[in-house]
Design a protein around this ligand. Structure first.
Ligand SMILES: [Zn+2]
Length: 202
């Protein structure tokens, strides 16, 4: 059983190293790889250029806002977002893309969240390594616990990201209107209308 535990520990560590390497070395590819677990689109009245400039000025600002638009992580109209690292998983992948909307309405902002895996796996493999006397039970539970931690971590992360509140506040002046509760795009709705998605008051 020790061999199995060691193998799991090595796989976990390799995953962590690989994710770290990709995060720093191949940012654009890494953020876009794999399925998006959460994605939303918002319509604004402002042009693509205005939205890009607004986000740009927000990411260069210093202060206490929770959303950090990492200054070196912009590729064209794609912004790669980070909260403070202690708020989220280690190498989370949150991407905001600004594109020209249909007709003459203005820009569309889309954001996507992709999963991470290594932090939970590494933490558990370290625990496993030092608990070698009860390896059988631990090994059996290993993947179950990883899956559980992963699910909880992701749920936590998505809750924090839902609606990307600091970004929306930043763009409210440009006509971005999004439901505060569920992130639904309220473009074209009357200000007092209830949210069609979750029923929250306007
Ligand atoms: Zn809503």
């Amino acid at each position: 059983m020790l061999t199995v535990a060691l193998l799991l520990a090595m796989v976990s560590f390799a995953t962590f190293v690989a994710e770290t390497f990709l995060y720093f070395g191949f940012v654009k590819w890494y953020y876009g790889a794999g399925p998006a677990l959460n994605s939303q689109c918002w319509q604004t009245r402002a042009s693509r250029q205005e939205v890009v400039e607004a986000i740009d000025s927000a990411r260069k600002r210093r202060g206490k806002e929770r959303l950090k638009l990492a200054s070196k992580r912009r590729a064209g109209d794609v912004f790669l977002l980070r909260f403070r690292w202690w708020d989220l998983s280690i190498w989370s992948r949150v991407m905001v893309r600004v594109v020209e909307g249909p007709g003459s309405h203005g820009a569309v902002i889309g954001y996507e969240v992709r999963p991470f895996v290594s932090p939970a796996m590494v933490a558990l493999s370290v625990l496993l390594f030092f608990e070698s006397s009860r390896l059988q039970l631990l090994t059996v539970g290993y993947f179950l616990v990883v899956v559980l931690m992963y699910a909880i971590g992701l749920w936590w992360e998505l809750r924090k990201l839902r609606g990307l509140e600091p970004l929306r506040r930043e763009l409210a002046g440009l006509g971005l209107a999004v439901c505060a509760k569920c992130g639904y795009d309220r473009f074209g709705l009357q200000p007092e209308a209830v949210c069609p998605e979750c029923g929250a008051p306007g």
